[in-house]
Write a protein that binds this ligand. Structure first.
Ligand SMILES: C[S@@+](CC[C@H](N)C(=O)[O-])C[C@H]1O[C@@H](n2cnc3c(N)ncnc32)[C@H](O)[C@@H]1O
Length: 373
């Protein structure tokens, strides 16, 4: 059966491919290889579900059903028709086809989507001897992507992107995506036994993701995935994996995670998100100006996403704040400071070169993640 052994692909934001590949290796996946846009690996349907539950930094887990050079619509049609859709889809399956094309001869995304859908139906017609496809049942999110004339046909096992953990229902000003926040926690020098503090915590994303990691909580523990509705999905296997995830979660492990913000509305959102993540009382939050913040305790990590200004006047006040971050670190000699910023003036305003830097993307915004030890 195709779904026992297949090629899977965990998609990732630009710059996070290696982080996701490392996560997959830690989760015990086989033949993991980082590529542009994510990491490829081998596994079963149960592995795909397991990764949906546990991956912290990936966006989606895709089944790669076919991959081949295609320079004409006929070649694309034949490629899609070669996939055993009759093994994958229930009689009432609803096929939603999304597409993208980059640097390929087949340039019309719409036509590629239409050809893909036509080939799926044609294959089913031939192999099931049915003529009617009501498409009233479970959604099968099919992807057709052409990159440099190589077509890749995928089935998305995640559905909603994996950053949708279920705890964030209100967005504050410029919140970090959960998957990027988890990656910053991973890339920082913080390890789960140490104190972690976000001095401009906004809606609390970094703090919640760090707490999840400290408590061994799988980020997908409380949400559903598209693959759970696929006809070949094994409910019994999935129930066992979910039970294991719940058994691994130890909220009492959470300690020394806290944050503050100057804005009471942002803090109100942070409190809601902490509550919705089931972490009430486990993360300390307070209203404070980072310019006067003084923590007790000898060692730890400041991890933050300070504001960046789009207008010149805002930029000036942000640059003053970056200088204040340096003073904050100097008031806490045993602490490291890590910040993600899209402002190219960050290092100059902070007044010192970072010990380590990494280029990342917050949505479409090019950023640097800077670490001062
Ligand atoms: C880019 S947002 C942080 C977003 C956050 N990472 C999240 O996921 O929601 C920057 C935050 O810095 C806060 N801030 C600005 N000046 C501050 C100051 N002097 N002290 C503390 N917080 C400040 C803002 O209120 C804002 O919430």
């Amino acid at each position: 059966m195709l779904t026992e052994h297949m090629t899977l692909f965990a998609t990732a934001a630009f710059g996070l491919e290696g982080v996701v590949a490392s996560e997959l290796k830690r989760l015990g996946m086989r033949e993991v290889r980082a590529e542009v846009g994510g990491a490829r690996f081998q596994g079963s349907m149960a592995d795909a579900f397991f990764c949906n539950l546990r991956l912290r930094c990936a966006d989606r887990v895709l089944m790669v059903l076919a991959e081949k050079e295609c320079r004409s619509f006929e070649e694309l049609f034949q490629l899609v028709r070669s996939i055993p859709w009759e093994e994958l889809a229930a009689p009432d399956a609803r096929f939603n086809v999304s597409g993208k094309c980059a640097r390929s001869q087949l340039m019309s995304v719409r036509d590629c989507q239409a050809i893909t859908k036509k080939a799926v139906i044609e294959r089913l017609r031939q192999h099931t001897h049915r003529d009617v496809f009501p498409e009233t049942g479970a959604v099968y999110p099919i992807g057709v992507s052409l990159h440099g004339d190589v077509a890749r046909i995928t089935l998305d096992t995640s559905g909603d992107a994996l950053n949708r953990r279920g705890y964030r229902t209100w967005n504050g000003e410029a919140p970090l995506r959960e998957t990027l926040a988890a990656a910053l926690v991973e890339l920082s020098p913080w390890r789960p036994g140490m104190p972690l503090y976000d001095p401009c915590c906004g809606t609390g994303t970094l703090l919640i993701e760090a707490a999840f990691r400290q408590a061994h909580r799988a980020p997908g523990m409380t949400r559903a995935f598209a693959c759970e509705d696929f006809s070949f999905f094994s409910r019994a296997e999935a129930d066992a994996l979910r039970a294991q995830v719940r058994a691994d979660y130890e909220p009492e492990r959470i300690h020394d995670i806290g944050g503050s913000d100057i804005d009471p509305e942002a803090l109100e959102l942070a409190r809601r998100h902490v509550r919705q993540a089931g972490l009430e009382g486990r993360i300390s939050l307070s209203r404070q100006d980072l310019r006067t913040l003084q923590l007790s305790g000898g060692e730890g990590v400041f991890l933050c996403n300070p504001p960046y200004g789009e207008r010149l006047s805002d930029r000036k006040s942000c640059e003053k704040l970056y200088r204040e971050l340096r003073l904050l670190k100097e008031r806490h000699p045993g602490w490291s400071l890590c910040a993600i910023s899209s402002d190219p003036a960050f290092e100059r305003a902070y007044g010192r070169r970072a010990d380590k830097k990494r280029r990342l993307y917050n949505g479409r915004l090019e950023c640097e993640f800077l670490i001062y030890r």
